[in-house]
Write a protein that binds this ligand. Structure first.
Ligand code: CP
Ligand code: NVA
Length: 304
């Protein structure tokens, strides 16, 4: 049994399969063809933080695969009343076929997975957001072909998205140019990358964007860090993706943002709503890649 707790849980070959499968699943969805490979399977979704995209994409995706979903939050389950995570894992995984969790510490999802009888998917933790980078790379491939050998500029917080990009670069053979304010740097050991060869750190965000094939950013204050908001607003003021940054990137550069976005904070409206932005494709692709992911975790590789 496999879990998907961080990007490095899959090999490059497994990603090649999942991306090809996601393309097939997307084509069938767009042409109104049924694709009921998970008939009668049940997904439990556990949310300890807010969500729009992750909730809708997993829920709609599971129904489209012929299955059904159970939605739990901290507030309306015993998770919020201190039932041990290990006990919750044992119970929920006896009643469902696959579990998606959005929570705080990565250790929490690891403890859940260690006591689960069924595959567990990370729907975002403080440390990682693998389903998002899965969608982002699929989106890059759709627009520009293979990401191997390319350069991704990360402008902003050294957060869960940044860590996941570092793992992806390590595994899929591209480079990340990281620029964060002082005090918000990526940490190689938290990111869980074996070597620093796949990323370079830049003090100046403009320099990080120079020649980049993809420029990407995220909110200045992630969920769970709201108490730091005022300090972050000050610290991140120069880490806004601007049209000037996009102008020094490669001519065909794309802009991505996992959303939700704050125009005028981490990105200018002219960029996110501009011609290089693929944020709506990126959001939609959460649906297609996660259907491929759930199918792979439950059924393994299938013939095309
Ligand atoms: N990008 C993303 O995960 O969005 P939600 O927080 O809306 O799920
Ligand atoms: N880094 C953000 C991503 C939201 C999808 C957060 O963790 O809140």
């Amino acid at each position: 049994m496999k879990h998907y707790l961080q990007f490095s849980d899959f090999s490059a070959d497994e990603y090649a399969y999942v991306f090809a499968r996601a393309a097939l699943i997307k084509h069938k969805f767009k042409t109104y063809q049924k694709h009921h490979t998970l008939l009668d399977r049940t997904l439990a979704m556990i949310f300890e933080k807010a969500s729009t995209r992750t909730r809708v994409s997993f829920e709609a995706g599971m129904y489209q695969l012929g299955g059904s979903v159970v939605h739990l939050t901290t507030g309306d389950s015993q998770l919020g009343r201190a039932e041990p995570i290990e006990d919750s894992a044992k119970v929920i995984s006896r009643m469902t076929d696959i579990v998606m969790i959005r929570t705080f510490e990565q250790t929490k999802i690891e403890r859940f997975a260690a006591h689960s009888r069924v595959p567990v998917i990370n729907g975002l933790t403080n440390e990682f957001h693998p389903c998002q980078v899965l969608a982002d790379i699929f989106t890059y491939i759709e627009h520009r072909g293979s990401i191997a050998g390319k350069t991704v500029a990360w402008v902003g917080d050294g957060n869960n998205m940044a860590n996941t990009w570092l793992q992806a670069a390590d595994l899929l053979g591209f480079t990340v140019h990281v620029s964060t304010p002082g005090g918000y740097e990526v940490n190689q050991s938290i990111a869980g990358v074996r070597a620093s060869g796949s990323y370079r750190v830049f003090e100046d965000p403009l320099k990080a964007c120079q020649g980049a094939d993809l420029v990407t950013t995220d909110v200045w204050t992630s969920m769970g860090f709201e108490a730091e908001n005022a300090a972050r607003m000050q610290a991140f003021a120069s880490w806004r993706v601007t049209t000037q940054m996009m102008a020094v990137a490669a001519p065909q550069a794309l802009f991505m943002h996992c959303l939700p976005a704050h125009r005028g904070e981490e990105v200018d409206a002219d960029v996110i709503d501009g011609p290089q932005s693929v944020v709506w494709d990126e959001a939609e692709n959460r649906l297609h890649v996660q259907k491929a992911l759930m199918e792979y975790l439950l059924l393994g590789e299938l013939p095309a």
